[in-house]
Each structure stands twice: as C-alpha cells, then as structure tokens.
Design a protein around this ligand. Structure first.
Ligand code: ADP
Ligand code: MG
Length: 355
C-alpha cells in the first residue's frame, strides 16, 4: 500500500502537441492518500481513463512523474506496480469456473492453497457469488461476469490501489444500485486505496470520501461531496453536481458588490480584485434561492413537482434561475422577487471561484 502522487503530469496522444486542445490531460498535480475511497468524476471524454491508465502503467505520460510512496514508477510496466484494475466490460476466463477465476490472481502470486480458499470464499460471499463458485464463467450473464471481474479486482489484499473504470456500465439498474452501496462497504472491509471512475454523480457521491472532478483534461476540484456541493471551485462543478445544478448568472462587480441584471447581490465576503477582462458570473444553487418581498424581480416560467419540493424555474434579464420550494410554501402568482443566501453565493471569474 502506498500514497500515490502524480507530479507535473501532462499527456497527449498526438506526437507533436501544438495547442491546448492537443492535450488529453492538461498539467496537473494530484495526490491519492493511502487507503482513500476516491471517485474520479467527469463527462465522457474528459480524460478519466487516460488518467487511470497512467496510474496503472498501461500508458506512459508525455510529461511528469508517477510516484507510489517514495518509488518513482513512471517507467514501470503494470505488472510491476502491484495494482488491480477493473474495466468497463468483464474480463474473465470463460473456460474456468467462477472459483478459479477468483483464485487466479492469488495463485499467480504463489499464495498457499488454504489461504487462497479462505480469501476466495470471503470475496464470493461479499459479492453473492457463493452459489455459482463451481460453475463455468461462460454460462453466466453479463452481470454475473462483471461481478467476477469485481471480485478479481478485490481479491488481493496487498495491492497499492484498486481502480474501477465505470464498472457498473453493463449491470442492470437494480443490481447497479445494490453494487454501488456494496462497493462502499467493501472499501471499508478491504481498506485498500480505491479509485472509482464514473460519469454519474450519484455513483461518485455514494462511493467516495473524496471526489476528483475532471473537466476537459483538467482536475477542477478535489473535495468531499459536501465541499463540492457547498463551495464549488469551478462553475463546471456547480452545474455538473447537484440536481438541478447551480445557477450560473452573468454579473458585473461594482466596488466589491456583484450586480446581476442591475440588481446588487450580497455575498458573505466582499469580492476581491478580478482581472478587468475576465468573464464574471454569480453562482448560487437552487437550494439557496428563495422568494422574498424584495430583490431580483422575476417571471415564473415553470413549476415541476419533485416529491418533497417543487423546482421553480424563473427568468430575469434573459437568464434562467431555478429555486427549490418546499412543500407548504407558496409560489407567488406575480410580482415575484428572489433573494440569494449570501453565505452560499459565490462569484466566478472565467469559471473559477473568486476567493
Ligand atoms: P474518458 O475516460 O473521461 O471518457 P478518455 O481518457 O478516454 O476520457 O479520453 C480523453 C481524450 O483523449 C478524448 O478526447 C479522447 O478522444 C482522447 N483519447 C483517448 N484515448 C485515445 C487514444 N488511444 N488515441 C487518441 N486519442 C485518445
Ligand atoms: Mg473512460
């Protein structure tokens, strides 16, 4: 087990990268604490698999170093890194039984027969595979095979990191829900560093203690689910996480006070200096917007019922602003005004939070 550090990392699939767009991963430094439960979250194409393959050694980065503890492993092949990787689609030996599939990574490292047996049965129990241990893998459904892949990833207790690359893609929705919570328990039992790659915020927030959010080849924020919710460092984090996502509204700043559509908006702290040419925006989540006697005047566009609350979509000066209205609270018929909770209203310059 080891802390993993990516230093001055950058990667391009192009031989002669010219512009920013040629870099699949833009320059980054990321540390993964020993034993942490991480999710790597971002939309398709943002560089998640590239990053994972650099950690596992399937890819050598164009620039920068990969450290496992005090060892520089950048040029080491995957089988010298002591890692386990579970891919999007099942990787199993069809002709072997489920038992043999699970035992393989252990036998391969010369583990004693009795210990292999104990461990295989433990993992099979965790994944509800006990009943199928004697069956050939070829006879199982895609779900069953992917559970074997997960088991093979989890079976060794001495790995530096276990990486899952969108492992629940082929799993049906009901089982997906079960496995998602199971993986969280398994992390507690196994104790190894785990990196779970997904484009699904629910999967990421269920599994991880720390979420690493990627956008366009850049790590935009690393934080707990609460931090990502309460203080998104980048507007992308604000609208990608949350349902509905954060409102992002164009603004100007006059004497440290943001103005939206000609109306001053209070923030907890005065806004510091910003580059004169930066694109300025206010970010406030629908949870922290409410109807008020005075404030930003809006038109009501749409009210949708979401169970315990309603999502109200309003409009002011060409911008849509959503807010949540709890059961029992009124939606004004006309003359509605909004106020934003200053403690949860942030200003962003070129997408980044102004601190
Ligand atoms: P993700 O896993 O987040 O969907 P990837 O890491 O697979 O993203 O891809 C990041 C970017 O790198 C994308 O623009 C993708 O098209 C590009 N890319 C990925 N793999 C290769 C490859 N083998 N050759 C060229 N470009 C690639
Ligand atoms: Mg991928």
């Amino acid at each position: 087990m080891a802390r993993i550090a990516l230093k001055d990392l950058r990667h391009s699939y192009v031989a002669d990268p010219a512009g920013e767009a040629d870099w699949a991963l833009k320059r980054m430094d990321v540390e993964w604490a020993d034993g942490g439960a991480y999710a790597l979250l971002g939309p398709s194409g943002c560089g998640k698999t590239t990053l994972l393959n650099i950690i596992s050694g399937l890819l050598i980065p164009s620039e920068g170093r990969v450290w496992f503890g005090d060892r520089d492993v950048t040029d080491d092949p995957p089988d010298h890194r002591n890692i386990a990787q579970v891919f999007q689609f099942p990787v199993v030996y069809d002709t072997m039984t489920v038992y043999e599939n699970l035992a393989f990574p252990l036998r391969n490292r010369g583990m004693e027969k009795a210990l292999v047996d104990t461990r295989v049965r433990q993992i099979a129990a965790m994944l509800d595979l006990e009943a199928t241990l004697g069956r050939r893998a070829s006879g199982l459904t895609a779900d069953g095979k992917q559970k074997i892949s997960l088991g093979r990833g989890l079976v060794r207790s001495d790995v530096n990191v276990i990486m899952f690359d969108e492992p629940l893609t082929v799993i049906d929705p009901h089982l997906k829900w079960q496995l998602r919570s199971k993986l969280k328990e398994l992390h507690k039992e196994v104790g190894a560093t785990m990196i779970y790659v997904t484009h699904d915020q629910t999967e990421a927030l269920t599994f991880a203690d720390q979420v690493v959010v990627m956008h366009d080849g850049t790590v935009v924020q690393i934080g707990t689910p609460v931090e990502l919710f309460e203080r998104p460092r980048h507007t992308f984090v604000g609208h990608f996480i949350g349902s509905p996502g954060m409102n992002v509204l164009p603004c100007t700043v006059v004497d440290g006070v943001p103005q939206f559509g000609g109306h001053p908006v209070r923030t907890e702290h005065p806004v510091g200096t910003v580059q004169p040419e930066a694109a300025l925006e206010i970010g406030v989540r629908p949870e922290f917007v409410s109807f008020a006697p005075a404030g930003v005047p809006v038109d009501i566009v749409k009210v949708s019922d979401a169970g315990r609350y309603r999502v109200v979509e309003t409009r002011h000066a060409g911008s849509a602003i959503k807010l949540l209205v709890m059961d029992g609270q009124e939606v004004p018929a006309d003359g509605a005004c909004l106020s934003f909770d200053p403690a949860h209203t942030q200003v962003y310059a070129d997408g980044w939070m102004v601190t």
